[in-house]
Design a protein around this ligand. Structure first.
Ligand code: RB5
Length: 148
């Protein structure tokens, strides 16, 4: 597996740290695209860095965390080739991999605690895309990128 691309804004610096520690404990490689400090910053900048890593083939999966997870997911879903899912529960994390082939997991540090966030991340990273009839639907989703 290619390294996970991960980033946060100032609101989720601590949660990103917990996730990176957990990934290290699991022996999963990652690249941290920032932010690296508590200073207020703009989440779209960090969403773009992770999405670029995926677009350039450096990573297959990414994790983005901000206050709600929503801003990061909105920004990421504007980037070509990205299917970002904002998850607050493990069921959604499992099925967004199985059915949507989501390639970016977004979470909100002000929404989920670290324990739940780590479970969500584990399930997201460990669940494969089911393919089959879901591939057709994912293709349809991606075709929307090219419509006016
Ligand atoms: C930052 O205050 C906050 O707006 C951001 O982390 C995120 O929640 C946006 O969606």
């Amino acid at each position: 597996m290619k390294p996970i691309a991960i980033a946060c804004d100032h609101a989720a610096l601590d949660l990103k740290g917990e996730i990176m520690k957990h990934l290290t404990d699991r022996g999963i490689e990652f690249v941290d695209y920032g932010t690296y400090e508590n200073k207020s910053c703009n989440y779209p900048d960090y969403a773009e860095k992770v999405c670029n890593a995926i677009k350039e083939g450096k990573s297959e999966l990414g994790i983005l965390v901000c206050g709600t997870g929503i801003g990061m997911s909105m920004a990421a879903n504007k980037c070509k080739g990205i299917r970002a899912a904002c998850c607050t529960d493990t069921f959604s994390a499992r099925f967004t991999r199985l059915h949507n082939d989501a390639n970016v997991l977004c979470m909100g540090a002000r929404v989920v605690g670290a324990g739940l966030a780590l479970d969500i991340a584990d399930i997201f990273l460990d669940t494969p895309f089911e393919g089959g009839r879901h591939q057709t639907r994912v293709d349809m989703v991606m075709a929307l990128e090219n419509k006016d």
